[in-house]
Design a protein around this ligand. Structure first.
Ligand SMILES: C[S@@+](CC[C@H](N)C(=O)[O-])C[C@H]1O[C@@H](n2cnc3c(N)ncnc32)[C@H](O)[C@@H]1O
Length: 282
């Protein structure tokens, strides 16, 4: 993956409980955009790799006959299962605790494989090649992430912005200046370059689609705290015995930034890259 960094199972440890509340939502039109681009009609099989608490798998399940969500984090898989039980689509979803590197794991053939902000955590060449083999001819590998190129100000909104720079500084004060990731560190962040990897694996494309972000949100201190603990680089376990002290400092910082304890936030758009699997590797 990244030279000098080794994946370990603590990467997202303890984040699952905070994830759904803390993370900003994907674009509300994402499912419709995918349905149209991929011609989805309620049949076919979806493989959601690095599914986390099941946000994409559950949000796209109505477009497929069957869904499999795969994630190595026990908390994420448990959370996904609990959430699925509350919905009407839970019956067609199976949750598998595994790393993407352990696929195909006898899961069968798929129409679509989604990777929602997860591919950068994987042995990309290995996983791209395995996914190619797991997709049916004409199937699609879909890379989904927050759009990073928008300027999202809170101008005209009722509350102050989340004080991102001050939060980063506080995290750095507790965990050190270098980005943490599981038991290791990532001085240069996570790798990009998935386009070259996917082309190398034989996929053609990509077709880029953007779904506009959700309307502005009002977020509470609890929401923002959950957002911080949902991130791999500030996952609860990283703070060890200083977890409660960090949380108290974080809440103080947020109260100082907003006397009402409310923040405004504009969710980003969602950027999608659709890669096609042809009949034979190029
Ligand atoms: C940022 S979260 C994204 C969750 C979900 N896909 C979403 O879009 O809401 C990244 C997820 O990738 C999972 N992950 C990390 N390394 C992985 C690997 N090697 N194989 C499969 N999943 C992995 C993590 O456990 C985590 O749940």
């Amino acid at each position: 993956m990244v030279a000098g960094w080794e994946w370990d199972e603590t990467l997202f440890a303890g984040t699952a409980a905070h994830y759904r509340r803390g993370r900003l939502p994907y674009a509300p039109g994402l499912a419709d955009v995918l349905a149209e681009a991929l011609g989805l009609d309620g049949r076919g099989r979806l493989l959601d790799v690095g599914c986390g608490p099941g946000i994409l798998a559950l949000g796209l399940a109505h477009l497929f006959g069957e869904v499999v969500g795969v994630d190595p984090d026990r908390g994420m898989i448990d959370e996904a299962g609990r959430e699925a039980a509350k919905t009407g689509v839970g019956g067609k979803i199976r949750w598998v605790r595994a790393r993407a590197e352990e696929l195909p794991a006898d899961l069968g053939e798929f129409t679509v494989a989604t990777f929602g902000q997860s591919f950068h955590w994987m042995d990309q060449d290995l996983v791209a090649a395995t996914t190619w083999d797991m997709l049916r001819p004409g199937g699609a590998l879909v890379h989904i992430s927050d759009l990073k190129t928008e300027t999202l100000t809170v101008d005209g909104l009722p509350h102050p912005a989340v004080p991102g720079a001050a939060i980063d500084e506080l995290v750095g004060h507790y965990l050190g200046p270098v980005r943490r990731a599981g038991r290791g560190v990532l001085p240069r962040g996570t790798p990009g370059g998935e386009a070259a990897v996917l082309a190398r694996a034989g996929f053609s494309g990509p077709r880029r689609l953007v779904a506009p972000g959700a309307p502005p949100l009002e977020r509470t201190v609890d929401d923002v705290v959950a957002g911080v603990f949902s991130m791999s680089f500030s996952a609860p376990h990283l703070f060890g015995a200083r977890h409660d002290a960090f949380e108290a400092d974080l809440r103080r910082l947020l109260r100082e930034a907003s006397a009402s304890g409310r923040f405004s936030e504009r969710p980003p758009g969602t950027e999608v890259f659709v890669w096609r699997r042809g009949t034979s590797r190029r």
